[in-house]
Design a protein around this ligand. Structure first.
Ligand code: PLP
Ligand code: MN
Length: 367
């Protein structure tokens, strides 16, 4: 069976393959840590990007404190792989999920959850009560700071929800989450900053209001790759959750610039010639996502187009060297998280040689 190994050359990989430039990835991690760690704010990277326990460990070794996952099923897999200091940033709703949460918490007491409604809180509390687990699970009130995706509204609704949770013995409020996802990709930096600071005002004022109402708010968590640098300047913010910075994508590069490099690409082979300045490559919708625009060839002279599930096109202008059947190109994803979710393994290389191979542990874990 085909099974690439450490010390193989990248040029020997079959395609499409997901490859990581280790020098660039390590530089991204160092840049983020150098910028954010001195502020004293905790960094809890969002593992919805990497979906990898090994990368969670690497981030922790560089100074991160725990990790976030989006879904319960991601938490199950990453915790089982040995990394269980996890905040699940999506609401856990419905009897099947609640049961799975209790089973996960049975084994992994560091798991933290977010809650934005009383019904969800009661269901989790009741299931924990029935399980016989005495230690209450750590809960963050999920606050809407402008994204209008999840989160309770600031003011009285947040206070009422916290009062409800405080009345439930198996839940322990430890903080507030307010994720400003609608701001991450704003191209105008000043606009991104000012809107972020407005969201942070809602978040930190709510944290203060909850404290005044008697809740023990220790964690105030927020931020992503596009805003973390602003979030950490706000007194009262204790934790940020950037994810994409480790690999980046063209969408983030276009929005926030080239401070972090595009360290992950999809290796692809030219499989057919379709005209004097057009070829077909073996990377289509199943290898590169298109929700945030089209992927780009690392060599920007060749422009990508989608040709369906399995293939894409590259076209070029006159005067550009021809691509031919068998040539191999590198494609930069337009949206990193869902692109990674299409692949089984990362092949991480330095100087053209594979140094490490990581499984995409929580690939497909959307429940
Ligand atoms: N926090 C939450 C709740 C998110 O949903 C996301 C991404 O969608 C992030 C943090 C990380 O954002 P990014 O990958 O843009 O850094
Ligand atoms: Mn994303």
């Amino acid at each position: 069976m085909y099974a690439p190994k450490v010390s193989d050359r990248v040029s020997d990989l079959d395609t499409p393959s997901m490859i990581v430039d280790l020098d660039l990835m390590e530089a991204n991690i160092q840049k983020l840590m150098a910028k954010l760690l001195p502020t004293g704010v905790d960094i809890r990277p969002h593992l919805k990007t990497t979906k990898s326990a090994v990368l969670a460990q690497k981030l922790a070794a560089a100074g991160a404190k725990g990790g976030c996952v989006a879904k319960l099923s991601e938490a199950e897999v990453i915790a089982a792989a040995g990394f269980d200091d996890l905040l699940i940033t999506c609401e856990i709703i419905g009897p099947v999920k609640v049961k799975r949460l209790v089973a996960l918490y049975q084994k992994h007491r560091k798991i933290r959850i977010v809650i934005d409604n009383a019904k969800g809180a009661t269901a989790i509390n009741d299931a924990l009560a029935a399980s016989g687990i005495e230690e209450p699970i750590s809960v963050l009130v999920d606050l809407d700071v402008g994204l209008h995706r999840t989160g309770v509204a600031a003011g009285e609704p947040a206070l009422a929800l916290a009062r409800h949770i405080a009345g439930l013995n198996h839940l322990k409020i430890i903080g507030v989450q307010g994720y400003e996802g609608h701001l991450q990709h704003l191209h105008d930096r000043a606009d991104r900053e000012s809107q972020c600071l407005a969201s942070m005002k809602t978040l930190t004022e709510t944290a203060d209001a909850l404290r005044q109402a008697g809740h023990d708010i220790q964690v105030v968590t927020t931020g992503g790759t596009g805003t973390a640098e602003f979030c950490v300047t706000v007194p009262g913010v204790t934790e940020v959750q950037p994810g994409s910075f480790i690999f980046m994508d063209t969408d983030y590069r276009n929005a926030v610039g080239r401070h972090y490099g595009n360290s992950l690409t999809i290796l692809s082979t030219v499989v057919s010639r379709q005209g004097p300045r057009a070829v077909t490559i073996d990377a289509g919708l199943k290898s590169l996502t298109t929700d945030s625009g089209l992927a780009e060839c690392k060599d920007a002279r060749y422009v990508y187009g989608v040709l369906g599930d399995e293939q894409g096109s590259l076209v070029w202008e006159e005067g550009t060297p021809d691509l031919d059947v068998g040539d191999v190109v590198e494609m930069i994803p337009s949206h990193i998280d869902p692109t990674i979710n299409l692949h089984d393994f990362y092949y991480a290389y330095r100087n053209g040689v594979i140094e490490e191979i990581w499984a995409v542990d929580s690939r497909g874990k959307v429940q």
